[in-house]
Design a protein. Structure first.
Length: 129
């Protein structure tokens, strides 16, 4: 059985520089690649406070959702990678304000290092419709 796979890049974000897409649609799901604190020009914004980086990552995640024509209501799982777990409480407050009443499954992992020396990275899975 042939399966259609759709590669989706957010028009408001810099096209991926590597061998990936911002989002991939397959079998009714949207898989969103890890989003880092990178601005629309592709500049890593990692010399800023944690809250600035977190809000930029969530803004990039919003751009991916929009490009796939879905919203936060479609999210089924969010995976958060944080370089310093001391930032967890601050992130949880920022995330709560961003996610609103939606409650996708979530995993949080403390990691030793992220690309560009970022403070966090977020990837997600959503459903269509």
């Amino acid at each position: 059985m042939s399966q259609s796979i759709q590669y989706i890049n957010a028009p408001t974000l810099l096209p991926p520089r590597g061998h990936y897409s911002h989002c991939v649609g397959a079998n009714g799901f949207i898989f969103i690649s890890g989003q880092l604190p990178v601005d629309v020009s592709g500049q890593a914004i990692t010399d800023t406070p944690f809250n600035v980086q977190a809000k930029l990552v969530l803004k990039n995640l919003d751009a991916c959702l929009s490009a796939a024509n879905i919203t936060k209501a479609n999210l089924v799982q969010v995976r958060v990678y944080i370089a310093d777990m001391n930032d967890w409480q601050e992130f949880n407050q920022i995330y709560a304000a961003w996610i609103g009443d939606f409650r996708p499954a979530r995993a949080v992992a403390g990691v030793s290092e992220l690309h560009f020396n970022a403070a966090l990275e977020i990837e997600a899975t959503a459903v269509l419709g």
